[in-house]
Design a protein around this ligand. Structure first.
Ligand SMILES: Cc1ncc(COP(=O)(O)O)c(C=O)c1O
Length: 439
């Protein structure tokens, strides 16, 4: 081989070495032979601890939280409340049957009602909007940003003299930008409700999510960090709000164990609802709460490994993380400059058997037909009979930026029990696919 041929052959070999690997979507071999799938988190950790709690309730025949057989008071729900409050860094916690119930309790504990406005993100779960409407108050949407959480810059323009509260919803494991949100709430004298349903166990600047709000809620339903299938909790540091929450969740009265926790009740009866938790659920949640840190560490360490493995990729556009150390690591979400490119990324990742999906677990509420049409259980519902309630318009027109963000991101969902092999596969698939889509 002469020198010229040798140089040409070397250049070709180097080119081949640098050439992008052939994507599975174009006939190359996939990173994995079977699809990677994250499982539900909490139920993977069920073991003898949950079993023993359930057996205790069966054997003592004390399924009701306030009284039952024998001389000992039932203690599962109350112990869960005490340990959950301690884990979340708050003075009080109230157990309820769901995150939706928790939102109803929180809104009513704050005394929100007809004539009041509450700001919430345009992308969140139905329960947030419904709780506001069911209290007779008026929901007002703000846009989300690339953290998928409420955009602090959009909040102030939504505030009116009637605005009384603000919902910071920490979606898909990622804390909302509390450093910007809290000063806005303070400046305008708004109550802050933190919705931590999708981020149970996450923190912001070293403090658990839920400890910042005037009142905060969690969901403990199947898809959440810890679970009893259905379940929820409300936390607060404010004794008056805890008393009102406890009263609202139990018809308007307050029972001995909560009165003792408060060191005496200050309020009196009002018309409340019925959201008590039973002892079976309380027992399972007690066992799960004691495993919360293990589950969080599991999923966070998977996320850390993946972030580390893709950090050096050129033009990496990640979901914005207001506190990277505090997020759960629910998914590795990457952004694109168009929906078309995002969709090509998803198709290519699927072919590699490392599927990526659009942001999930929430809906773009203003575009839901029943919300756009303000369909309530009664035509004279107070939320929408005031002049402001009649004139407010929902629909796609009130959240174009939210729709745009959600169209441009996709993420691989993580699992607290993913092995190193599985996180390596995620890294390999992203490293193979992302640069070829982004260019
Ligand atoms: C942000 C948010 N808030 C509230 C809820 C309601 O929780 P639950 O399903 O326990 O009623 C959910 C449920 O997914 C949620 O995602």
């Amino acid at each position: 081989m002469n020198r010229r041929n040798f140089l040409a052959a070397s250049a070709a070999a180097a080119g081949a070495a640098n050439a992008a690997p052939k994507l599975a979507v174009k006939g190359g071999s996939p990173v994995r032979s079977t699809p990677l799938k994250a499982d539900y988190w909490g139920t993977q950790f069920y073991d003898d601890k949950e079993r023993q709690e359930l057996i205790d309730v069966l054997e003592t025949r004390r399924p009701f939280r306030w009284y039952g057989h024998g001389s000992q008071p039932p203690m599962k729900v109350l112990t869960f409340e005490k340990e959950f409050a301690a884990r979340m860094g708050t003075k009080y916690a109230l157990a309820v049957p769901s995150g939706t119930a928790a939102l109803n309790v929180a809104v009513n504990a704050l005394g929100l009602g007809p004539g009041d406005e509450v700001i919430l993100p345009a992308w969140t779960w139905h329960s947030c909007f419904n709780a506001i409407v069911l209290a007779g108050a008026l929901p007002v949407f703000a846009e989300i940003d690339e953290s998928f959480n409420i955009d602090p810059h959009d909040i102030e323009s939504k505030i009116t003299p009637h605005t009384k509260a603000l919902m910071a919803v920490h979606l898909q494991g990622n804390p909302a930008d509390l450093d910007k949100i809290i000063p806005i709430a303070r400046k305008h004298n708004l109550k802050l409700i933190e919705d931590c349903a999708q981020s149970v166990g996450a923190s912001y600047k070293g403090r658990p999510l839920g400890s910042y709000g005037d009142i905060s809620i969690y969901s403990l339903q199947l898809n959440k960090t810890i679970t009893s299938g259905e379940g929820g909790a409300v936390v607060t540091n404010d004794p008056m709000l805890f008393e009102r929450a406890s009263r609202f969740h139990d018809l308007g009265g307050i029972r001995g164990p909560h009165e003792q926790w408060l060191g005496g009740a200050k309020g009196s009866w009002f018309i409340g609802s019925g959201f008590r938790m039973n002892e079976f659920t309380g027992g399972v949640l007690l066992a799960q709460t004691r495993k919360l840190d293990t589950i969080v560490e599991g999923v966070r360490s998977s996320a850390r490994r993946v972030y580390e493995g893709i950090r050096d990729l050129k033009n990496l556009h990640m979901r914005r993380l207001p506190d990277p150390a505090g997020e759960l690591g629910t998914g590795i979400f990457l952004g694109f400059d168009s929906k078309e490119r995002r969709d090509r990324y998803m198709a290519a990742m699927k072919a590699e058997n490392v599927p990526a999906s659009p942001p999930g677990g929430s809906v773009i509420l203003p575009t839901q037909p029943h919300i756009e049409k303000k369909v309530t259980v009664h035509p004279a519902w107070p939320s929408f009979t005031s002049e402001r309630g009649r004139s407010i318009q929902y629909g796609a027109g009130c959240c174009p930026r939210t729709i745009d963000v959600l169209n441009r991101f996709a993420g691989v969902l993580l699992d607290p029990k993913f092995t190193k092999r599985e996180t390596d596969d995620i890294i390999a698939a992203i490293r193979k696919v992302y640069p070829q889509i982004v260019g």
